[in-house]
Design a protein around this ligand. Sequence first.
Ligand code: ADP
Length: 581
Amino acid sequence: MFGKDFQRKYALTDQGVKNVKAGALWTVVVNLVVMGGMGILYLLMLRFMDTLTENAPLPEAWPFLAMVLAFVALSFVAHVQQYKATYGLVYSEVKNVRIRLAERLRKLPLGFFGNRDLADLTETLMGDVNRLEHVWSHCLGYLYGSYISTAVIAVALLVYDWRLALAALWGVPVAFALLFGSRRLAKRNSEITKAARLQASDGIQEMLENIREIRATNQEDRFLQQLNSKIDYHEKTSIKGELTVGIFVNAASVIMRLGVATTILTGANLILSGKIDFMLLFMFLLVITRVYAPFDQALALIAEMFVSQVSASRLMEIEDTPVADGAEEFHPAGHDIEFQNVSFSYDNKEVLHDVSFTAKEGEVTALVGPSGSGKSTCARLAARLWDIDSGRISVGGVDISTVDPEVLLSDYAMVFQDVMLFDDTVMENIRLGRHGATDEEVRAAARAANCDEFVQKLPDGYDTPIGENGAKLSGGERQRISIARALLKNAPIVLLDEATASLDVENESKVQAALSRLLAGKTVLVIAHRMRTVQSADKVVVLAEGKVAEQGSPVELLAMDGIFAHMVRLQTQGQSWTIGK
Ligand code: ADP
């Protein structure tokens, strides 16, 4: 009952399964102790009836008193233990599951995060785990304990009087059949609601992020309308989901309770035909009210359990994504990056085919090609942000797929277009390059990256907060901060994505000067957009549709008069046309 499937279905840790077992066990004990209480009541009634009908002397009080005391003591202990095993232990389970997830996320290939909607991921870590927490604490032990204790009690009742037992308990399987029948519906509703909630929160986020553009283009009304309809849709799906579940749960509860009526009818018939006496019927009625009680609560929970399985499967999806791990040691012989027959796919769509080239240490290797040809992908693969399908990528002769990504990345500095800046001071944003660098080292890197001059103009210099994702800085300034970071890191391999769009001429030459300091003596792989970079590169790799079309020094490639020569001609023509105009 509590095997691997169960563990996966509710995303439990090993310890969590043990907790559920303990919770179920103590629930059984609690339910049986409560039944014991009913037994005492029954015995007491029996003795009083004797006194009334046969004029027997009043029973002595002390045996009953002793029984009641024992019942209270047992009941207390059982309830305390049940509480500990369910509510008490669940908090450590929640903590363990979150830690396990966080560890997992830390080891997942970095590309995973580029592909995932981050709102969705946060929802899993926070929302899904919260929903599961409720199921772990309130449902599992309780429900499974109730299954077991009801089975025990049902057997006892059947042995006692099968006719009354059937009349009392027929509703239980029917109610559960109804609920399990509605399970698919509940799950589907929950998936729809969840998707609607994500859409609504994505909508809000999008609106907030783009508020400037939306205002500037006078599109507020249109956006608000769209957002309203998303939120309305979420509300509708939520109500519909709750309502469907509510109808089934209440119907199940009513059906189960019909057992009281059928017991009374059957019992009355049996008494009239002299087959049983009134006290037996009385005992059955006492017992079945208690059999229904735990199930009543369980019925409300079971709907929640169906829904929680959606949360659990989202959680397991993260657990099932293969992690990128490898050796903690990385001792390459030099830092040449070599791609050998590399093929790679995003979501089963192959975007690189049989790519081979070498980026030598101390040289600048430029990746060029039309948009979508695979330049960024090559740069990401060189740092093992994804793992490749076939072929081999090595650094200094070491296959990078055998090295732990965290260890590997300590040899890389990346200056990409989408610079990630944090809402912290300039100083701390640069210090991210090397944890533990002194203020003086940070300043030196900033000077070398030509940041000093604009930082001095900020109200608090290096201690000025730069706003979320550097909102208070220009594109060129942001890029220089990321160069300063890379300079501070001083890693032997630099991956660089040139972005020209946001730079004006003055900025561009400053960025260029900063870059040449960063690149000296390193293995440099650059996604090149500027002709100047391309022409001064030691080597050019031309990509077209995910294949290496040409490679060699710029001079060699010009002489070949192929794609590269064509591109250079187009660019220079474009420039002269601009100047001419
Ligand atoms: P480039 O940098 O030359 O513009 P990319 O390496 O970004 O080219 O893209 C190569 C191909 O891979 C394109 O067809 C692009 O649509 C696809 N691609 C890029 N990133 C992803 C991703 N994260 N998921 C799926 N496909 C992607």
